[in-house]
Design a protein around this ligand. Sequence first.
Ligand SMILES: [Fe+2]
Length: 309
Amino acid sequence: MALITIPVESLLDRKQPPSEAQAQEWCASLEAGDILFFPQTPIEFAAGDIEFLLGQQQTDSSLHKNIAYKPAIDALSGVDTKTANAASVARLQGIMRFYSHAAVEFLGGFLTPYARRWKLDYASFRPQEEQGRDLALRKRNDLLHTDAFPTRPTHGARILRFFNNIHPTRTRDWVVGEPFPTLVKQFAPKQIPLPSPGNAASRTAKSLARGIGLGAAIPSLKRSPYDDFMMRFHNFLKENDAFQTDCEKHPFQFPSGSSWMVYTDTVPHAVLAGQYALEQTFLVSPQAMVAPQFSPLRVLEAMAGSRLA
Ligand SMILES: [Fe+2]
């Protein structure tokens, strides 16, 4: 795995989309587990927007939490609208709307092989200091893990995330490990059972038996065997002390004002320190992959010998 640095001047000067060969190469690198790094973010924020985001911590306690923006319905969550100042909430929503739109515009022109063959997931604003956060083990960001969403199964779509460190001075400190195709073979099937269509069917049956008509059963009904495994693998990695201690680790410190993008379902990652980040998630169609042999779905299907999504 590698960090591939892309100077913003090379993007802005060009006015034209990157060549097809170049864009294919970037996509293939991402899919294999590299990080594309932009020392200077390609997102052009309006004057005052970053200052507004940085100011929330001091001025409005109801905006402290991780805040999600759902572009499909133009809605914020994680903000206590009962106590937050209405004008602040409206401005925050406007900034998140802009950020999400700008990230989509940028990636659409940059990763042309994907040509918007993605489902746009949430954007987030992360105003909290990551170092020393008091979170339940499975929610901790400082333990290496690959991403899986408990309530939003992807059915094999890849989780591509675009990040911005908007802290005025500090780095955002990550550690990353060996990508999924290497990692999963260390543990499956010996320490963690491989997925099989049968596994998921029995889980679905259990959910049905537990409560037909209950909302709580719906997410597991929608989960494919692939999603089920990815969720278990996320938990397995965070709960595995030996892995956390002994695994190969590559530290990266993303500077103030930089952006980076990475497939977080493939690259195990942990955030050790940093404050104030923005992020937009894309669920990229499996059919859009330029190097499908690296996708967790393909790797797992080859190991399990059956279709999993
Ligand atoms: Fe993560």
